[in-house]
Write a protein that binds this ligand. Structure first.
Ligand code: TXA
Ligand code: MG
Length: 350
């Protein structure tokens, strides 16, 4: 398949023309990669079962893993899902923005799009390109992250091109994604409580403060899904984000980490380090690749860098990678959730 790669630009007629072409492509059943404020999405008509099949094929994704549908304005959720007062509260507080809400689905969303579930995940992205694309398409856009299944979500159009050239009709390039980790996913349960299925930019603390509703954090967010247990969100079952060299997360200060890594004596090591610790790691391991992660307290920068680093490290010939274990609150929880998966739950507390 020939992939058209278009740089989008809101300032020029030619730049927005690309978005118009992409909307036509979606209307005609095509696949378009587009930017959002979290990560790039691989979009197609969310009301078409055939379009959903094409997405699963292009990603190499198991078809029981449901897709998020993207809408242009929060009110449109009621076309596709049974919305209620809690949805309205969440929408007023966080939409458009990096929040996905799981609710009971309406028949307008084909079963293929929702992976056979009775619920559907709905998100109203804040990115102007995504918003215009959805508006011009005239339908909701079903879109998983635009990576090949198992790889980190792409946060930059160049990463998209690596994975998706030849597999989709169009790629809209708008540079680097703002946040860098996927949206927060929250489910509205039948009793009106909330369950956090995936942490992201919108934190559990913010969700609780805005709704005043009890919020459970799904076990799989911070731990391993038990063998044979039903996944509250199908995506939790699958291997995700793992770099080719094994990654170990270390909890402890730089001195303790240095002692531990020396003791392990791996051949070609890569170390993801907080900016403050980079000079010490460089001095201790002159042969190692040291990747700076942003300042210790700057979780927004860390979120922005993580997937980029995971992809970058796969290009370096490493035999072992070490990274710090993030905290489990605020945006730290989103980092923690992605990093324990990338590390296949290998954590050492020093
Ligand atoms: O930031 C994002 O959410 C990005 C951008 C493109 O919007 N999209 C994204 O989609 O991350 P994806 O498909 O890579 O991740 C969606 C996750 C999957 O783990 C899937 O299992 C879960 O959402 N999901 C979708 N529908 C669900 C549902 N009805 N119930 C529970 N989990 C659901
Ligand atoms: Mg994904």
């Amino acid at each position: 398949m020939k992939t058209e790669y278009i740089k989008v630009d809101f300032e020029t007629e030619a730049g927005t023309q690309g978005i118009r072409l992409a909307a036509e492509c979606i209307k005609n059943g095509g696949l378009v990669v587009f930017p959002t404020e979290t990560v790039y999405g691989l979009g197609a008509d969310g009301t078409s079962a055939d379009a959903a099949k094409r997405i699963y094929e292009a990603k190499g994704r198991p078809s029981d893993n449901p897709l998020i549908i993207h809408i242009a304005q929060p009110e449109d959720a009621s076309l596709y899902a049974e919305t209620d007062a809690i949805y309205k509260t969440l929408a007023d507080a966080f939409m458009p923005g990096p929040l996905t809400v799981v609710m009971k689905a309406k028949e307008s969303v084909p079963l293929a799009t929702r992976g056979g579930l009775s619920t559907v995940a709905v998100r109203c992205p804040a990115h102007p390109v995504a918003n215009l694309l959805i508006r011009l398409s005239g339908v909701c856009i079903a879109a998983p992250s635009a990576n090949l299944s198992g790889k980190p979500s792409p946060t930059d159009a160049r990463q998209v091109a690596e994975d998706m050239m030849g597999r989709v009709d169009m790629i809209l390039d708008d540079g680097s994604a703002d946040f860098g980790l996927e949206s927060t996913i929250v489910k509205i349960e039948e009793d009106g409580s909330l369950t956090l299925l995936r942490p992201g930019r919108i934190t559990p603390e913010e969700l609780k403060a805005a709704t005043g509703v009890p919020l459970a954090i799904s076990d799989a967010v911070t731990g391993k899904l038990k063998e044979g247990a039903a996944a509250p969100s199908p995506g939790m079952k699958y291997r995700h984000y793992a770099p080719s060299a094994p990654l170990t997360l270390l909890e402890g200060d730089a001195e303790k980490c240095i002692g531990f890594i020396k003791n392990e004596g791996s051949a070609a090591i890569g170390i993801i380090a907080y900016d403050e610790d980079v000079p010490r790691f460089r001095a201790a391991f002159p042969e190692a690749r040291i990747y700076s992660f942003g300042k210790r307290e700057d979780e927004l920068t860390q979120a922005h860098e993580l997937f980029k680093l995971l992809r970058l490290m796969d290009k370096d010939p490493l035999t072992q990678i070490y990274a710090p274990l993030p905290r489990k609150s605020g945006i730290g929880l989103a980092l923690y959730n992605r990093m324990i998966r990338a590390a296949s739950h290998s954590i050492v507390r020093l």
